[in-house]
Design a protein around this ligand. Structure first.
Ligand SMILES: [Zn+2]
Ligand SMILES: [Zn+2]
Length: 150
């Protein structure tokens, strides 16, 4: 069986990573390698981050544990008519995590919220490239989709 990219870069099933929101009240712990890592320049990611793109690190739901703090949910319906529910710190407003109708059993973690080394994972794909800013150059060697794949 072909090894996943995460296994090749040395992330094992038992690796633990922690992170949290800007004010520190919300904390989480992830176990093992992410199932999927994407950068996304859709309008939802741009609005929720206030930035040019979102970085989504998806785990099996069971591999993410919230250890501290109060998360407030905010739900929206995507252009494709499917629900997205983000969860943010009720104190500082950092969006820390989300779940998506089209990825059942998975939980997304906002890629910039991990403790250092923050970017311990590799980027696998870039989605919604059509709405990225012109000044953002995409990296080589990753999958690029103009909109949502599949
Ligand atoms: Zn906070
Ligand atoms: Zn997005």
């Amino acid at each position: 069986m072909e090894q996943s990219k995460s296994e090749r870069i040395g992330v094992t099933m038992t690796d633990v990573h922690e992170g949290g929101c800007f004010c520190g009240k919300v904390r989480y712990r992830t176990t093992g390698a992410p199932k999927r890592v994407s950068a996304c320049a859709c309008r939802w990611c741009q609005k929720r981050t206030g930035s040019a793109l979102g970085v989504s690190v998806y785990f099996d739901q069971k591999d993410v544990v919230f250890t501290q703090g109060v998360l407030k949910p905010f739900g929206v319906i995507s252009d494709a008519g499917r629900w997205i529910e983000s969860e943010f710190c009720s104190t500082c407003g950092t969006t820390v995590s989300w779940t998506l109708e089209f990825l059942p059993g998975h939980r997304g973690i906002a890629g910039g919220t991990f403790d250092e080394p923050t970017f311990w994972y590799d980027l696998e794909r870039f989605v919604f490239a059509r709405s990225k800013p012109d000044w953002l150059t995409l990296p080589e060697g990753i999958e690029i989709c103009q909109a949502m794949p599949g």
